[in-house]
Design a protein around this ligand. Sequence first.
Ligand code: SF4
Length: 233
Amino acid sequence: MNSLNHLGRGEPAPLCLDFIERLRTPVLEWFAINGRSFPWRETQDTFCVFVAEVLLRQTQAGRVVRAYQELVGRYPDARSLAEADADELRRWFEPLGLVRRADLLIEAAKTIVNKHDGRVPSNIEALLALPGMGIYSARAVLSLSFDVPVPMIDEGSGRVLRRILGMAADGPAYSDPGLLKVAQVIIPKTSGRAFNLGLVDLAAAYCRPLHPKCPPCPLTDLCQWAMALRNCG
Ligand code: SF4
């Protein structure tokens, strides 16, 4: 892996439009056929997306499917969740080890009701002020629910972009300024939601931290990491 040590930190090289298009197209095409199905991806209801992102923080998606479905089935909006019985909700989440999420969700619902007239806010500052939100989850709500073309960069999608572009890690992906800057340039203005989810799913399918499956990854022809691996022979 020594031949990969040339990959640089900080400012990425400027990207030409042709390269950006050659990157967007396979991500979108692959996602249209292979994207994973989760109940929170079947809706753009802002409250449902918000609940999902609070539940998904640092938690595997498969673990929270049932809790998500039960929660939004019983409390379909912020007003009903704000009046939920906290003890009952904690008992729901206890088997998942997510008791604290019950409190965060109720606190967030109360804030949404009291400060935002019951509607999940659509700007990053107001989202970040809600209990249970982090920078990734706030960006995810903007992208997945409001169709704002902002990148959703977590360790998985960040790893895909870093490897394609030959950027070394400069801190956690969600707060890497060079990575966020380049991701903002790459994200398509009209299909940002699908592009973000495509990167997340490509990371899960192929771009593992160790032993990425470069072929058959659809990005292998333009990925610097894959090229370096080929050159290693
Ligand atoms: S080609 Fe390999 S390193 Fe590049 S994005 Fe795909 S799986 Fe990751």
